[in-house]
Write a protein that binds this ligand. Structure first.
Ligand code: MSP
Length: 612
């Protein structure tokens, strides 16, 4: 069968023309199937590697930087395994993706935020069996637990893909056939050590004692199978060039270096079917085998793009928004996303995603928090007690995006109390309190009066910094810049002491009324800028400033410009926007065991506080 020449276009579409120069691997059944089938890179692949478009800067994606408004910003989370309900580690990526999606929407971009569940494979079928359910029933239950959690956490996704969706299955079959027709799939025997937790064959060198997987700390099992392989080794040179031409494809940079090390160390073909696993999509050319769960799941990013009611085809899905602007993943699944996935896509004639960001792990006592180790924090417990804003703010502010971060109840409480309850909540409350007492809750002047005011300059500079930080995916620094506005507001309040100025009356009183407008304008700007991170809290702030929910929902990043508050506007009654988290007893030691939060139960206290 003839191979195919592929030409990549910026849109993610590709043209495919038959061509005969790609060497077709010989089918070999033997003890060492991983030997390179085709050592030399086909010339056409080498050529396309330089023509693949990979826009690396997310900054260039901003509406004001990119006039091609029709091109969507597509951000994805991993598709989560449904072997167990979600834990804080899975919630973390989704919270980050949601903040990034909300920021891009503020910039005016058409955003497609994709999340979903990964439902095939041995790990899932084992979990279903253990729970006494059919695989389908088990997947339905756990997948819906993810959706419920996303709702509780204020996650505004656009697409939720399940890999057991029949439309996704059609896409996987079509993709497999493309790769097969391109001569990149061959059959062989393989014997190796398999980690069911990772759903991956492991190199013995990377294992701990007793052949234990370092991630799951469980022994790998010896497997011998007759499978179909993807000829990854053919893409060695193309991938090397791709990384050279797209230095920002993998972020942070230190992870890109790691990936490039794997590539230059030599790429091995990998098996993409299973003869022993029934719970999967049958291989189109051999129904005795099912498609490997990773080969299947990665395609969820593309099938998720299909519009409702459209006949599923790769072309239709790709036109709807591929290539993805940003895949957000944890560092453990970097090889799949940054090496296997681009090569698979190249083989099928589809552009690679524009960027893969590998974040670190949430740890508990230094160990990766996870379902397998059972050391997880239940995000539902946290949300039920403290509301979504506290959970979202804490993890985005506390963990430098890209690095690991250890969870502690004490930190959770201290950070939220200090930042959300004190710096932001108290400032708003006392400003509105003074305005009520002295100005009938009415603004004396337009906030634009403050031309040349130093406090205003500080706010304007900080919000610019926040934007740059969001654009660079430095989410913690973005929070920090915004919180600095609150600190500056508190300082201004203390220095000006408007309560004394009001007492003096006359022009002092007028100056005090103006000071309150300045501080409230800064609070308004903070509410827009922090809305990607803590949308509920920011809505509560906005409505206290006299705006409606509809007005809040219509804000864009342009609303961070100084000058939104108008003379004569009436502010709402001061009402705490974030309830302080209190310990059960003064000074009581926090219990640090995973998942246990020994505080006064503030159930729903920080949710639904909108009183405007
Ligand atoms: N199903 C695959 C992904 C397929 S994507 C096409 C998978 N699922 S997973 O549920 O095991 O993990 C999903 C994501 O959660 C991964 O990015 C993983 O890194 C992340 N996390 C799981 N535990 C984590 C922490 N303790 N901390 C941060 N993220 C972690 O892999």
């Amino acid at each position: 069968m003839a191979g195919r020449a592929v030409l990549f276009h910026h849109s993610g579409l590709c043209s495919i023309a038959p061509f005969s120069s790609i060497c077709r691997p010989t089918i070999r059944l033997g003890p060492n199937p991983l030997r390179r089938l085709c050592r030399s890179v086909p010339p056409v692949l080498a050529a396309i590697s330089t023509s693949i478009c990979c826009r690396s800067s997310l900054q260039a994606e901003g509406a004001d930087a990119n006039p091609r408004k029709e091109e969507p910003f597509v951000v994805t989370t991993p598709l989560y395994y449904v072997n167990a309900p979600p834990h804080m580690g899975s919630a973390y990526t989704t919270i980050a993706a949601d903040a990034i999606a909300r920021f891009q929407r503020l910039l005016g971009k058409r955003v497609i935020f994709i999340t979903g569940t990964d439902e095939h494979g041995e790990k899932i079928s084992n979990a279903a069996e253990a729970s006494g359910c059919s695989p389908r029933g088990h997947c339905d239950t756990v997948s819906s637990a993810y959706r419920i959690l996303w709702k509780d956490l204020d996650i505004a996704y656009d697409k939720f893909i399940r890999t057991t969706d029949s439309r996704h299955e059609r896409i996987v079959e079509e993709f497999y056939s493309r790769v097969f027709n391109n001569g990149d799939i061959y059959r062989a025997n393989y014997e190796g050590l398999y980690c069911i937790g990772c759903e991956e064959y492991k190199d013995e060198k990377e294992l701990l004692e007793n052949k234990c997987c370092p991630m799951h700390v469980k022994p790998c099992v010896l497997r011998k199978e007759d499978n179909y392989f993807f000829a990854l080794s053919k893409y060695q040179k193309v991938l090397e060039e791709f990384f050279t031409n797209n230095p920002d494809f993998v972020k942070p940079t230190f992870r890109s270096n790691e990936v490039q090390g794997w590539i230059t160390g030599g790429l091995k073909d990998f098996s993409i079917t299973r003869s022993s696993v029934e719970w999967g999509i049958p291989v189109p050319t051999d129904t005795k085998q099912t498609i490997y769960v990773w080969f299947d799941a990665l395609l969820g990013y593309i099938s998720a793009l299909l519009d409702e009611g459209v006949h599923p085809s790769l072309e239709k899905a790709v036109v709807a928004g591929w290539p993805a602007s940003l895949h957000l993943i944890g560092k453990d699944i970097l090889r799949f996303h940054a090496v296997y996935w681009p090569a698979m896509l190249m083989s099928a004639g589809i552009s690679p995603p524009k960027m893969v960001f590998g974040h670190g792990f949430l740890t508990k006592d230094g160990l990766k928090m996870g379902k397998s180790l059972g050391n997880t924090i239940d995000p539902k417990d946290l949300v039920d007690q403290f509301g979504p804003d506290a959970v979202r703010y804490f993890f985005l502010r506390e963990v430098e995006f890209g690095n690991d971060g250890d969870y502690s109840n004490k930190r959770f409480i201290n950070i939220n109390n200090a930042h959300l309850a004190n710096t932001i909540g108290n400032l708003l409350n006392r400003t509105l309190g003074l305005l009520k007492k002295n100005c009938q809750s009415t603004l004396a002047v337009d906030s634009t009066f403050a031309e040349g005011n130093m406090f205003r300059d500080t706010v304007e500079n900080l919000v610019k910094k926040a934007k740059i930080n969001y654009e660079n995916l430095s989410l913690s620094s973005a929070c920090e810049s915004i919180l600095e506005i609150g600190n500056a507001g508190n300082l201004y309040m203390d220095e000006r002491a408007p309560w004394s100025l009001f007492k003096r009356g006359g022009s002092s009183s007028e100056a005090a009324a103006k000071d309150l407008v300045l501080i409230l304008e800064a609070m308004r700007i903070m509410a827009v800028a922090l809305s990607p991170v803590a949308p509920g809290l920011c809505l509560r702030i906005y409505t206290q400033l006299g705006f409606t929910q509809d007005q809040f929902e219509a804000v864009t990043w342009t609303d961070t410009e100084w000058g939104g508050l108008k003379a004569g506007s009436v502010m709402a009654e001061p009402n705490p926007v974030f309830a302080r988290i209190e310990l059960r007893k003064e000074g009581e030691e926090m219990e640090e065991a995973a998942g246990k939060v020994t505080t006064v139960n503030k159930r729903k206290r920080n949710q639904g506080l909108v009183q405007a």
